[in-house]
Design a protein around this ligand. Structure first.
Ligand code: C5P
Length: 201
């Protein structure tokens, strides 16, 4: 059985949480595609050339610690504007999407560019303030030093870069179901996403 769930949306809107829960519910595999860009960004911070880093990326690179730091997020969104970097990561994502047994991919351009034929598409979003509050809690939980204003500025800068870039800008696919999680509990957001995917099966 081949079935792709495409989940897009801005940073810290709940894509990852919703994606993992939907994958677990249906027994599908899950890929956080942001990790691909983060892994390339991390290599660039160590001096690698972005396109070479993307072409040589190995799946094990997605498991290294430190990919969640704000510095790596920033580097990721900078390499993500380079068309050759995006092209180098395309086949891996498409192969994952069409693997046997079903797949959930979350990112920025899954429903629009990577898997326009996905059986189910969700655009998970929330206000910038709600997202900054969640990201701050995660950073503090991870023992990192951060302030609300700093995180809010980062969230807005990344939103701008992700939605204004020429190549694969972040936007909802025309046929995506828009799920605003600003005022939803995790349980409610997951329940809505699961219901939407179930309706497509
Ligand atoms: O989702 P996450 O915050 O981990 O993504 C890091 C960065 O990678 C994003 O800000 C975005 O620039 C880029 N990205 C992308 N396309 C994706 C996933 C992530 O451009 N499908």
């Amino acid at each position: 059985m081949i079935f792709t769930v495409a989940i897009d949306g801005p940073a810290a809107a709940g894509k990852g949480t919703v994606g993992r829960a939907v994958a677990a519910h249906f027994g599908f595999a899950h890929l956080d595609t942001g990790l691909l860009y983060r892994a390339v960004g991390a290599l660039v911070l160590k001096g690698a050339e972005p396109v070479a880093a993307a072409r040589g990326l190995v799946p094990e690179a997605l498991e290294q610690p430190g990919l969640r730091s704000p510095e790596v997020a920033q580097a990721a969104s900078e390499v993500a504007v380079i068309p050759e970097v995006r092209a180098a990561l395309l086949d891996f994502q498409r192969g994952f999407a069409r693997r046997e047994g079903g797949a959930v991919l979350d990112g920025r351009d899954i429903g629009t560019v990577i898997c326009p034929e996905a059986e189910a598409k969700l655009f998970v979003t929330a206000s910038a303030e709600a997202r900054a509050g969640r990201r701050l809690a995660e950073l503090i939980e991870a023992g990192l030093d951060a302030s609300f204003d700093g995180v809010l500025a980062d969230v807005r800068a990344r939103d701008r870069r992700d939605s204004e870039r020429a190549e694969a800008p972040m936007r909802p696919a025309e046929d995506a179901y828009v799920l605003d999680t600003s005022d939803l509990s995790i349980e409610d957001a997951v329940a809505k996403a699961v219901a939407r995917v179930a309706a497509r099966r």
